[in-house]
Design a protein. Structure first.
Lengths: 730, 75
């Protein structure tokens, strides 16, 4: 007997909207590991659960409708299960999940999964909804017909999960055999090809027939790894023979599978009449209404942006206050000197200014997760498809673009559901124009400092909310224009079809929504603790060195003069001293490395309305956008301001900053110019890296960086010079 | 007739899916195979795409694709 813990590796496979993620979360809880399959952005998610003695590793595969491998998601699913994905050991069995209220279409994938040569369990999810729909299941008959164990569950309520868990660690079920049949001539070709695949060791004995069907009856994707040449030749010859007989081989698989599934479902499920009016229909009567649909969509977006500002205020102030207290505490207790300065002015000021925006990011991800989980996202694509088509894309591009509001990286990941390679590329190229959550801190700072919060437009909308909405809208409009341009020039191609499931509306699962929200928050904090921390330290050094510079006045002597004369009252002397200290600090900063760099680029950015401090902020933001805020905090020396909460202090410092001639540095026009720059510029190394990995060439990241930087400069130039010409102030 | 010509609320039986193989295969995988009964539920606010019901679920596709699906009216 071995004393090792028994363990098992299983893969979780199912259609989109089948409740796969909910089941995965319910089974594994927080014991999840998220990564990427090498070379592609398909998310690799593994979770663990312990049942009795047995340790089960569950691999969550992407939601797919079929294994025909035309899209990246389908290919990854097929490769992982067949053990062709080099970094992932093949699973010993497959847990298939199907939506019981939509079983016919869900079983299409299940029957394909059953031909991969592994044991399969079927979790029949959403039994409650199916029963509410009036469906009555004969589960024994279903299980016998399919030849695999079937477990009814309601993943969102935890019903049936205990039974499922125990089944998963029980004896492995027998590898299922194919029950459905193709027309005889095609069957003969499949058998011959399967035999060849076995001999060439391209597939295991049990998986050979399934592989033969996939190869013979599916149009291959252009970028899939082709089988060996002799097999390709055999496939081509077999297709020719079939075509000579007038057989449309490309229809055979779907016709065969669905024919068999329909017969099985008629025997195992009692259904009331088709086409009943459901609650979803009543909701959709409004949500996709000719007039109310678009109005609701716009209103929803506006509401989200409003709430990002209003709801987040209290927790943001609280975080700002805490950072401030922390700074003061360190200032007191650490011996004065370089280290003290570094921690307070560099680390706490820089990282703290960014961390303050965590509540806004949590709220934004909350809304996006809610829209996704309720089923509204698909309606958004349905409503927007016509518009997206105008620019040569489809409603499917709309979902990745909407996700890019949280972050372009998951947005670019979501493009893998777009089958058409050209469309996918165009969507990737324009996704970073959607205002991601890293831009939010920049917008929030500029709006907070330069637009009064109590001003209202048309009595209802607060001015800050409207300005923020305008920035998001600008990103969308420019993205659409660029999409159109790319489709007309660099990446020509016809508009691909839209084939999109509209799932019924569902109450969101709090667990899924919260997990999504916290994982986004965690990633943000991780970045703050790594990239932003490092940049803050470097910036602090550059902003405070060289230490020995020749200053325009002898500050030390002037200070001595104030304290020694004794002619002033104590209060006045303190005020004079403080003012003197500020002046010295400002001058030292101007003569620091960073000040010199900023001054060097000032002539280039002055036409945009930016001074050297904004210039420094923009340079450092090329590593990550939110760094802009921390940089301004460091450049404006906020770390040592002990009286005010972090954010308010930065607002005050920006408002107080003047040019030599007394003009304010931050007018509303400058704030808009800064924001427009951030809307359009490519300032995110991680996104460029993902695009490179995704497209496998440096060409597209370079194109992306170049076109966006040019757009940003020209856009800000137009805003600032145009605004001045129109008389919108300095 | 073809699917795009169906009136809102009307049902029809799929006869055949024409058009490019890749698109035809995708439509068939989603359940649009011979003999299946579909119902046109609604048209999107801007006139395209369509929403249809088949096999107990809702699918959205454009008029262009619907025009490649031959149907015979009635159940």
């Amino acid at each position: 007997m071995s004393d090792e813990t028994p363990s098992r590796r299983l893969a979780l496979v199912g259609n989109p909207n089948s409740g796969k993620t909910t089941l995965f979360n319910a089974l594994t809880g927080l014991r999840q590991k998220v990564g990427n399959y090498p070379g592609v952005t398909v998310e690799k998610k593994e979770g663990r659960l312990t049942v009795g003695e047995t340790e089960v590793t569950l691999i969550d595969l992407p939601g797919v409708y079929s294994l025909s491998a035309r899209s990246l998601d389908e290919r990854i699913t097929r490769d992982v299960v067949l053990g062709r994905q080099t970094d992932t050991p093949p699973p010993e069995g497959i847990l298939a999940i199907a939506d019981a209220s939509n079983l016919e279409r869900n079983l299409y994938l299940v029957t394909q999964v059953m031909e991969l040569g592994r044991p399969v369990w079927l979790a029949l999810n959403m039994m409650d909804l199916a029963e509410a729909k009036g469906l009555v299941f004969d589960l024994d008959r279903l299980s016998q017909g399919l030849g695999i164990p079937v477990v009814p569950i309601v993943a969102s309520k935890g019903i049936g999960l205990e039974t499922l868990r125990r089944k998963l660690v029980g004896p492995l079920p027998a590898v299922p055999t194919r029950q459905w049949r193709l027309p005889q001539v095609i069957e003969a070709e499949v058998s011959a090809l399967a035999e060849q695949l076995r001999q060439r060791r391209w597939a295991t004995d049990a998986a050979a027939e399934g592989e033969a069907i996939r190869l013979l009856l599916n149009e291959p994707a252009e970028d899939d790894t082709p089988p060996p040449a002799d097999i390709q030749a055999a496939v081509a010859a077999a297709r020719e023979r079939l075509e000579a007989m007038g057989i449309e081989w490309w229809s055979a698989e779907a016709e065969g599978r669905y024919g068999w599934i329909q017969t099985l479902c008629r025997a195992a499920i009692q259904q009331p009449g088709q086409f009943q009016r459901t609650t979803s229909d009543r909701i959709d009567a409004i949500v996709t209404h000719r007039l109310w649909g678009p109005v609701l969509f716009a209103g929803l977006m506006l509401f989200i942006f409003q709430s990002i500002f209003t709801w987040a205020q209290v927790p943001m102030d609280a975080i700002g206050w805490m950072m401030d207290r922390l700074g003061a505490l360190v200032r007191e207790h650490l011996p004065a000197g370089e280290l003290n300065d570094l921690v307070v002015d560099g680390v706490i000021a820089g990282v703290g200014a960014v961390v303050t925006f965590l509540p806004q990011i949590l709220i934004l991800t909350l809304f996006i997760a809610l829209l996704e989980d309720t089923g509204y996202m698909a309606r958004a694509a349905f409503i927007m498809d016509r518009l997206m088509r105008r620019v040569g894309l489809s409603g499917k591009s709309f979902i990745p673009l909407l996700s890019s509001f949280a972050c372009a990286i998951p947005g670019i990941t979501a493009t893998r559901t777009i089958e058409n390679a050209k469309d996918r590329l165009v969507t990737i190229l324009i996704a970073p124009l959607m205002s991601c959550s890293a831009r939010l801190p920049v917008y929030a700072l500029m709006i907070g400092a330069c637009f009064p919060a109590d001003r209202r437009l048309w009595g209802v909308f607060s001015l800050p909310g409207v300005v923020l909405f305008a920035m998001y809208a600008l990103g969308i409009l420019v993205a659409l224009a660029m999409g159109w341009l790319f489709k007309k020039t660099l990446i020509r191609g016809a508009s691909p079809p839209l084939i999109l499931e509209l799932p019924p509306y569902r109450l969101p699962s709090p667990r899924t929504v919260l997990l999504t929200m916290f994982s986004a928050g965690g990633q943000f904090l991780y970045r703050a603790g790594t990239v932003i921390l490092a940049i803050s330290i470097v910036l602090w050094f550059l902003a405070t060195h060289p230490r020995s510079v020749t200053l325009s006045r002898d500050y030390a002597a002037e200070r001595a003069a104030i304290t020694q004369t004794g002619q002033m009252s104590g209060e006045e002397a303190a005020n004079r001293l403080q003012a003197l200290e500020r002046l010295e600090k400002a001058e030292r900063r101007e003569r620091s490395f960073i000040g010199r760099a900023g001054k060097l680029i000032e002539p280039v950015i002055a036409p945009l309305g930016f001074n050297w401090k904004i210039g420094v902020g923009i340079i450092s933001a090329f590593a990550a956008r939110e760094v802009f805020v921390g940089t301004l905090a460091i450049v404006y020396g906020i770390g040592d301001d002990k009286d005010a909460a972090g954010n308010q202090a930065l607002h005050a410092a920006l408002q107080a900053d003047r040019y030599a001639d007394g003009r304010p540095v931050f007018s509303p026009l400058v704030a808009v110019s800064v924001m427009v720059f951030f809307v359009l510029a490519m300032q995110c190394m991680s996104t460029l890296a993902v695009v490179w990995r995704e497209t496998n060439t440096w060409r597209w990241p370079v194109v992306m960086f170049a076109y966006m930087t040019v757009l940003a400069y020209v856009g800000s130039l137009l805003v600032y010079q145009g605004g001045r010409w129109l008389g919108f102030g300095p | 007739m073809t699917l795009d010509a169906l009136a809102i609320g009307a049902t029809a039986r799929v006869e055949r899916v024409r058009g490019g193989r890749a698109v035809a295969q995708r439509l068939q995988e989603m359940g649009l195979t011979t003999g299946v009964v579909v119902k046109l539920i609604r048209v999107a606010p801007l006139g395209d795409p369509l929403e249809i019901e088949l096999r107990g679920y809702r699918l959205s596709l454009r008029k262009d694709e619907a025009a490649a699906i031959e149907v015979s009216p009635g159940e």
